[in-house]
Design a protein around this ligand. Structure first.
Ligand SMILES: Nc1nc2c(ncn2[C@@H]2O[C@H](COP(=O)(O)OP(=O)(O)OP(=O)(O)O)[C@@H](O)[C@H]2O)c(=O)[nH]1
Ligand SMILES: Nc1nc2c(ncn2[C@@H]2O[C@H](COP(=O)(O)OP(=O)(O)OP(=O)(O)O)[C@@H](O)[C@H]2O)c(=O)[nH]1
Ligand SMILES: [Mg+2]
Ligand SMILES: [Mg+2]
Lengths: 290, 269
């Protein structure tokens, strides 16, 4: 029924034959609320509505035949372009390329690691999946079970440190001639200095081709700060938005893209290895705006 | 002043930002702003905070006594059910209760092992099935063991499931049937475990989970992050489900009973 709001709004817009500036003001108030209901960050929603106002009060639009249609289109188009209009590929140059998965606790990193493993395996890249979580009970076993289920090479955690775990896996990858290495790291808070420092250390030492921030689609307002912190301290090259098979609108995607510029490279759409989808900006814009 | 009460537009805007970024939603934020605008500037914090506390003070449904007392954790994937089950087990065990766990997540990779490791660390008894087994069967076995081993509390840790997946939600009904067969009062408590970073989707989760089990409380996890946990307000206020515990870290002691005044104060910081 949140979806109903935006379609109602567009319906209201479409019935008008002429939009005054005052109309645009009240419409944008509604648009802002719909974005907030979709978990778009307050500041991002505000800026977005300002951008729309500038475009919508243009002479051309207000006097056009169906200004409501034009404004509705401006909103979806603007959001689509903000979400990134080009298909974003994984950077896989490197011998072997290393992809590091990072993010908050429980966001879906280990599951996504297995999904990317199958994805790369199907591309003929023979990946090695490396368990680097020394803290969570049965974290290494979780990845190991997934690897045996999907026929993927597995490098167990080295309980002395995440760094040692990475080292072990790179040695193993060289020995077994793996075409890529996926690092599954422990969940951590963006404000945990020590744990963020661990990622910085891994990045500086092993220079991964990709650092993917794995984020739960139901993340609320704080997605902005989370993405900004990870990007400023560690640097991220892409985002994976998980649990998109639920009914969360996923406004976090817009906030994170706005603050980091990092593209959403994949969507998690379920718990199985095959539940990894491409990111379609237009489709996401429709989901966010309902 | 005047039609906008005693606050400047800028003050209203910054109050609005603070309230909305707490994840409480724009409707509740607007309600609180209207209150703020009718008050003297030095009374605003107090009046908003007391309004929030009022919304959070929901009488806990006093669960009937039973031996063993059965508590079940439910919720969407990755919110902290297994970790919270362990923490709750420790809390009750420290209070002298004889606790036993049911590792009813027979689905997720290493789901059973994760709780087994916790149980071993905490010195708490555990009944587990095997991966791929039937979770209702694990619950049945755990109930039997709880009785025969004379335990006071059985804590059932279930698999994560999205509320939008009907077949997974139906599994909860199956577990409920097994429990009710043993004792119509079971489960004494069903706690929905929610992540403090969740936004507006929290309401949808609570609504649908409450259609499949009678929720008696919320465990709000990862409150040690920067999210204010405002997503719980509409759930507590409209559905009358109280927040019972806060998860404030990844260790067994990072668990505290919910304090509405402290929570409301922290939100407004
Ligand atoms: N429905 C659904 N569930 C998912 C998805 N991705 C992950 N999960 C589930 O979310 C839960 C958490 O996933 P994990 O892979 O353990 O998350 P994590 O980020 O590795 O967790 P930590 O290592 O503890 O930080 C598990 O129950 C997964 O099966 C998804 O796209 N859809
Ligand atoms: N910082 C922090 N992390 C937490 C808290 N509670 C749980 N976690 C972490 O969140 C992650 C997921 O916890 P789990 O207990 O596996 O979550 P779950 O709900 O059982 O996950 P599924 O069974 O896969 O649905 C783990 O890395 C936990 O250590 C908390 O209060 N604070
Ligand atoms: Mg993990
Ligand atoms: Mg669990």
């Amino acid at each position: 029924n949140l979806t109903k709001n935006f379609s109602d709004l567009f319906l209201k817009l479409r019935r008008k034959s002429y939009l005054t500036e005052k109309d645009v003001d009240s419409i944008l108030r509604d648009v802002r609320n719909v974005l907030l209901e979709a978990d778009v960050n307050y500041k991002v929603a505000k800026n977005f509505c300002e951008e729309i106002r500038v475009k919508a009060v243009g002479e051309k639009v207000l006097k056009s035949l169906s200004p409501g249609d034009v404004v509705a289109k401006i909103i979806v188009d603007e959001m689509t372009s903000l979400l990134g209009s080009l298909k974003q590929e994984l950077k896989l140059a490197g011998t072997p390329p290393v992809i590091m998965l990072v993010g908050l606790q429980g966001s879906g990193k280990t599951t996504t690691c297995a999904k990317l493993g199958v994805f790369l395996k199907n591309k003929g890249m023979n990946p090695l999946l490396s368990a680097c979580d020394v803290k969570r009970p049965a974290a290494s076993e979780q990845l190991e079970v997934l690897c045996s289920k999907y026929g993927l090479h597995f490098s167990p955690v080295n309980i002395s440190s995440a760094l040692k775990s990475v080292e072990d896996s790179l040695l193993s990858a060289r020995k077994n001639m793996n075409g890529a290495v996926l690092l599954d790291t422990a969940g951590r808070l963006h404000v945990d200095e020590e744990m963020i420092g661990e990622l910085v250390e891994i990045k500086e030492k092993f220079k991964p081709q990709e650092v993917l921030l794995v984020v739960d689609a139901m993340t609320g307002q704080e997605a902005l700060q989370i993405a900004e912190s990870f990007n400023q301290r560690v640097g991220i090259s892409g985002i994976v938005l998980t649990k998109m098979d639920g009914d969360a609108r996923g406004g976090a995607a817009l906030s994170m893209k706005a603050v980091t510029g990092a593209p959403v490279k994949f969507l998690g759409t379920g718990e199985r290895a095959e539940d990894l989808s491409e990111f379609y900006p237009h489709r996401m814009a429709q989901r966010i705006t309902g | 002043a005047g039609s906008r009460g005693k606050l400047s537009d800028e003050e209203i805007s910054s109050l609005e930002e603070a309230l909305i970024t707490s994840d409480m939603g724009h409707e509740l934020a607007l309600e609180l702003i209207k209150i703020a605008m009718s008050k003297d500037p030095d009374k605003i914090y107090e009046s908003i905070r007391s309004e929030l506390v009022k919304k959070l003070e929901v009488p806990a449904k006093t669960a009937p006594k039973a031996i063993p007392y059965v508590i079940m954790t439910v919720g969407v994937n990755g919110t902290g059910k297994t970790t919270s089950s362990a923490k709750l087990g420790k809390l009750l065990s420290d209070r002298g209760r004889k606790v036993i766990f049911a590792a009813a997540d027979t689905y997720r990779a290493a789901g059973v092992l994760q709780l087994q490791i916790w149980a071993e660390k905490l010195g708490i008894d555990i009944v587990s099935g095997y991966e791929g087994g039937d979770s209702a069967a694990v619950v049945h076995d755990a109930l039997e063991a709880a009785v025969s081993r004379e335990k006071d509390v059985l804590i059932i840790d279930t698999a994560g499931r999205l509320h939008t997946k009907v077949n997974l939600m139906n599994e909860l009904l199956k577990i409920d049937k097994v429990l009710k067969k043993k004792n119509p009062l079971y489960p004494n408590e069903t706690l929905i475990v929610m992540d403090a970073t969740t936004g507006q989707n929290a309401v949808s989760q609570a609504k649908i989970f409450s259609e499949f089990s009678s929720l008696t409380g919320i465990i709000l996890t990862k409150y040690d992050g920067t999210s204010k946990g405002g997503c719980i307000f509409p759930i507590v206020e409209k559905m009358k489900i109280p927040v019972k515990y806060l998860g404030i870290g990844e260790s067994e002691d990072d668990f505290e009973e919910f304090d509405p005044l402290k929570f409301a104060g922290a939100l407004l910081k």
